[in-house]
Structure formats: C-alpha cells, structure tokens
Design a protein around this ligand. Structure first.
Ligand code: DI6
Ligand code: FE
Length: 417
C-alpha cells in the first residue's frame, strides 16, 4: 500500500481497478514507481488511496459511486506541458522554408521576421480570434494526454495586446478540460516602436504592463528571453526585480543560442525553471543546482532550428538538476503540438532515457510550474490521470503519432475529447 488516510467519513467517487500504475513517485530501483494490478480511489477530485489491488481496504468497492475497470492499461499522472507559446495569431511557415534555404533564426529575426511577425498577426487579432486560432493547437496537446498547460504571452509586446493574450489563455480553462498556468513574457522581443530603445521598453514593462497584469490576476509567473537578439542580463534583472516586488515567481529562456549567463541570473532570483540551455556552462549548472531551478529541455526548437549544440544532459544530471521536457509549442522555432513527440525527441536527439522523458513531462513539468499538487500519483494530490494503450510507460517516448491515449481525467472527472 502506498498511502491511506482515514476513510470513515469519505465516500469514494471513482474507484479504478485493473490498472497498472506508473506513479512517477518511485524509488531508485524503479523511478517510474510501477504498481502492477493496482487500484486507485478518487474522492472530491483527489486521489485518496492507491496501491496493489490486493491491499484495497475492505468496503471501498461497495461504497464507490462508480467503479471503472482500466483493463490492465497503464495509468500515469496527466502530462504537464510546462513551456508553450500556444496562443498567437498567424503562422510562420514561410520562415520554415527560408531556414531550409539557409537563413538562420537570428538572420530572420534581425530582418523583421521571427517573433515580430507573429506580433503583427497577434495584435491584429481580437481575443475571440486568438482563441479560435489557438484552440485546435490546444486540442492536439490535450489529445496526447496533457492535463496541465502553461501558456506564455509575448506576442503582444504592448500593454493591451499582452493582457489580451493572457486573458485568452485564462479563458481556455473554461472552454476545454485542461488546467492552465499563465506566464507573462513581455520581455520576449523588442517591439518595433522601441527598436532603438530596449531600456525604454523595459521601463514600460516594469511601470505598467507587469504591475497591471499582476493586479488583474492575469499571470502566475514572469519569464524573459535573455539573448543577443532579445534582452541583456541587466534588462532581465530589472524585470525580475519588478516580479519580485509583485511576489511573482520567475523563469527564463536562457542560453538557447549563446551563453549570456542567464541561468546564473535566473538562479539568483530562485527561478522556478531555466529553459532551453543548449549553451549553458558549468557555472550556470552549479547555480541552478544550488537554487533548485528545473532545467526545461525543449528539443522541438533544437530540431526545427537544426541546432547542433545539445544541452548538457549528463552534466545537469550529475549536478542533480531536475529536468522537465516541454513542447515550446510556438509558430517559429517549435510548431509541435504533442508532448509525447517532444519526449521522443528528448530521447533521440539528446539521449535522455524514456523514463527520464516521462518524468520530465509529469513530475518535473509540475515542479517547473511550482505546482506541488500534481505530476505524480500520490494520496492527497489531484486526480489528473492519463490512461494509455501501451505495454510499458516507457513506450510513450517510443512511437510517434501512435495516439496511445485511452482516456484521461481532470480532477477526477473523465474528459470527453
Ligand atoms: N525561444 C523560443 O523557443 C520561443 N521564444 C523564445 O524566446 C520562440 C518564439 C518564436 O520564434 O516565435
Ligand atoms: Fe519558448
């Protein structure tokens, strides 16, 4: 038995039998925490018991409002995609073609394409338009098992358009069976109006955009892009100081294209996560290990940009830095709308093991969002579950486009997809 609490006053809403459980809460022997022939009981949207069926407390079966037979399928925590830019207008298929002809991501950004071209399309869209364009992408993520989805702003780059993106992101939780976390990312690129005045744009972020977003309750965290084509560490520091004043946690796109020492800076602010990290050096890794920041591995951007430098997975592991895996779903560098695909890429491109990739899309994805109520199967946590047609949970990183999701639950409720 994994855990039990006093059930005398509790009724079981759903009792799942015939399940194989990958709790992701395992020991060194089995990091997946496999329980063959398992059972899991849900009350009030939370897991109230799980363990081998042979240890199921007497009376559970009789008192359960609903008994569900999983047919010996594997159940994992619902997947957590902790880094996406899934809300935006337009697409950038033209840049995909340009890059295939030899243009670099940096060249395209410097010539007014890249993030800035998505900004134009996003500003031109109403909140309704943004939702209409983005929901199919979100539906694809949900269909592959995502139950918690982080969505960043960062394609508005003016006060109203950034808030509009965040409002649209918040509304997704009412329109689809998925939990949403929003991240304020106005420091994503310098908007055309401030092309010669990056510091002036940072003033606008710190004086108006971010305090307003916080006041309106539109964001759960604050992010930035620390890069030669975006913002310097000094500029990011100002945004992080502002976030700290507002009591918001931070994360950072760092060391994606060069080593700007963004990870060291983010760690100084106790960042929830530092994301990308292809060019991180040992000082950044050591700083992250000390601050407990999660490394978010984003193989989709590496793949689409045909990057050759890999994030130092072995060094991160050795230092004990937890690693999440996410899609980075965005129209430029990572138009990928399946977290299972990102897991596969983390294995094939970066040499992560399938078990590490699955932990990165569950347990450590939740950690990267500062969420301690999900990401593993454990008594007291949310009953966000994904049930899969696979022989072993590690198979989730094996095939591509297998659509292995059998069913999924959000807060103990079966999702209709
Ligand atoms: N790095 C990324 O991977 C996304 N943002 C960022 O700073 C890409 C955004 C885009 O190209 O539209
Ligand atoms: Fe990103």
């Amino acid at each position: 038995m994994i855990g039990e609490r006093n059930m005398t006053d509790e009724t079981i809403d759903v009792l799942i039998l015939g399940a194989r459980l990958a709790t992701m809460d395992g020991s060194v022997d089995d990091e997946l925490g496999r329980i063959e022939d398992g059972a899991l009981a849900i009350s009030d949207g939370k897991i109230v018991w799980l363990g081998p069926a042979t240890e199921l407390p007497a009376g559970f079966r009789a008192s359960a409002a609903q008994v569900l037979d999983a047919g010996q399928a594997w159940i994992t925590p619902g997947l957590v995609d902790c880094h996406t830019h899934v809300i935006h207008g337009g697409n950038r298929a033209n840049e995909f073609a340009l890059r295939l002809e030899g243009a670099s991501y940096g060249d395209i950004a410097r010539s007014g394409g890249g993030i800035i071209s998505t900004v134009a399309a996003t500003r031109a869209a109403s909140e309704e338009d943004l939702l209409a364009q983005s929901l199919p992408r979100i539906d694809a993520l949900i269909a592959d098992g995502v139950t918690t989805l982080e969505i960043k702003s960062g394609y508005g780059l003016d006060t109203q358009a950034e808030w509009c993106m965040l409002r649209a992101a918040r509304r997704v939780a009412d329109l689809r069976p998925v939990q949403i976390r929003t991240t304020f990312l106005a420091a994503h690129a310098i908007p055309p109006e401030y092309s010669d005045d990056g510091d002036g744009y940072i003033d606008l972020i710190c004086d108006t955009m971010l305090p307003g977003a916080a006041e309106l309750g539109l964001c759960d965290a604050v992010d930035g892009f620390c890069e030669t084509i975006a913002f310097s560490p000094d500029q990011i520091r100002r945004v992080f100081d502002c976030a700290r004043t507002l009591g918001l946690p931070v994360k950072l796109h760092a060391e994606q294209l060069s080593d700007m020492k963004g990870a060291v800076l983010a760690a100084e602010f106790g960042a929830l996560s530092v994301d990308h990290l292809e060019y991180i050096a040992q000082d950044g890794i050591d700083a992250m290990a000390k601050s407990g920041s999660v490394a978010v591995i984003l193989p989709g951007a590496f793949y689409y940009l045909r990057e050759t430098r890999k994030p130092p997975i072995e060094d991160l592991l050795r230092a004990g830095v937890p690693m999440a895996v996410a899609t980075d779903a965005n129209p430029g560098s990572s138009p990928i709308y399946s977290l299972l695909t990102a897991m596969n890429m983390a294995c094939v491109l970066f040499g992560m093991t399938p078990a590490q990739a699955l932990a990165g899309a569950t347990r450590y994805g939740a950690l990267a969002l500062g969420l301690s109520d999900r990401g593993v199967l454990r008594v007291g946590l949310r009953a966000d579950l994904a049930c899969w047609n696979v022989d072993d949970p590690t198979d989730l990183a094996y095939g591509l486009n297998m659509r292995p999701l059998k069913w999924s639950m959000l807060g103990g409720k079966m999702r209709e997809l």
